[in-house]
Write a protein that binds this ligand. Structure first.
Ligand SMILES: *Cc1c(COP(=O)(O)O)cnc(C)c1O
Length: 352
């Protein structure tokens, strides 16, 4: 037997370090398998891409422009670049992925549009913070504010209510700013609020949405949705120039068909959210451990001592502590409640 083809060792036990540790969900996999039967035209000129785009239009109840890219950094930074001239600026939260986790890609792809960072609480910006940054300077020497970006659900696992999204959109429009939504975990926000994708976006004043697939059960891929055709002008060229136009586009598009048409996008997110809530409830009574933000979506941030974290690592658990020293646990479509129980058991032992 060719040893190169032997199954590599899987990581034996499930970890909750990130929601992108999960595999591909069955619905996405089935669509990929179907799309793999035979050949199809390239660069998006195929029936899978058309069907996936139409599934988004049906889900969002509007004739939006839909583009498929490889990851969230590309989706966000290309979307922001397309809304901005190089002398514009983008108002974002200090905790936002575009500010902290994209290696300057929004600035790079926009040829210099500056991110203006607002203080946030639990990952959220307020209309007041937008007003403050939008009016701070209005002279020729300062990059002109042009876009506001919010993350839904936020990097802290919280979710903006519809009223909060609308208030932000009103503040943005009052200053002539466009509104972009980083929806790497958009589905988790919809599941938490019970709001429709339309209510969450264009009906509340969002102009462009990056809808995350990777953390929702795809292998790879995010969709960029423009709710105003004018804003989508030439976005296809921008994607191509940035190396984001897949020649075998059907394999970026097809998995969305299974996700959207079956409702898996929402079921997956609801499961992940339930797991986070369950975990937060289980650890609530453990002395010396507390959550640092409301658990709305699929993330739980735990504040505890370094000793407890070291003990937990020694028991083989993986987690990040890049936000304020808190340990982040994230749940996905495939999170196993029994494995969460093991984590709770170990946390209790480590804290004792
Ligand atoms: C994961 C994530 C992204 C996308 O990250 P990539 O690694 O580029 O796919 C974007 N925004 C937020 C808030 C995220 O958590």
């Amino acid at each position: 037997m060719d040893t190169a083809l032997q199954t590599p060792p899987a990581i034996a036990e499930q970890q909750f370090g990130s929601d992108n540790y999960a595999g591909i969900c069955p619905e996405a996999w089935a669509s990929m398998e179907e799309a793999n039967r035979g050949f199809a035209p390239s660069y998006g000129d195929d029936p899978w891409t058309e069907r996936a785009s139409n599934a988004f239009r049906a889900l969002f109840e509007t004739d939006c422009d839909v583009f498929f890219v490889f990851n969230g950094t590309a989706a966000n930074s290309l979307a922001l670049a397309s809304l901005c001239q190089s002398y514009h600026s983008v108002i974002c939260a200090d905790t936002s992925h575009v500010e902290t986790d994209e290696c300057g890609a929004p600035e790079f792809f926009s040829n210099g549009s500056k991110l203006l960072v607002a203080q946030s609480r639990d990952g959220k910006m307020t209309p007041a913070s937008i007003h403050e940054l939008a009016t701070k300077r209005q002279d020729i020497h300062y990059p002109k504010p042009h876009v506001v970006t919010i993350t839904q659900s936020t990097e802290m696992g919280t979710v903006y209510s519809l009223d909060e999204v609308r208030a932000i959109s009103e503040a943005s429009k009052a200053h002539g700013l466009l509104l972009h939504m980083d929806g790497a975990r958009f589905a988790n926000a919809c599941a938490h609020l019970g709001a429709t994708p339309a209510e969450m976006t264009w009906k509340s004043g969002v102009d462009v949405l990056c809808f995350g697939g990777t953390k929702n059960g795809l292998a790879v891929g995010e969709a960029v949705l423009f709710f105003d055709h004018k804003l989508a002008a030439d976005f296809d060229y921008r994607c191509k120039q940035a190396g984001q136009l897949a020649s075998k586009m059907r394999f970026l598009a097809a998995p969305w068909i299974g996700m959207l048409e079956s409702g898996a996008w929402l079921r997956n997110a609801a499961h992940a959210n339930r797991c986070a809530t369950y975990f937060a409830e289980q650890i609530a009574e453990i002395p010396g451990i507390r959550t640092i933000a409301p658990v709305d979506a699929n993330a739980v941030f735990l504040m505890t001592s370094e000793t407890v974290l070291d003990r937990l690592r020694a028991r083989g658990w993986r987690f990040y502590t890049f936000i304020g020293g808190a340990a982040r646990f994230m749940f996905a479509w495939d999170s196993d409640l029994r494995r969460i129980d093991e984590l709770v058991r170990d946390l209790r032992a480590c804290a004792a």
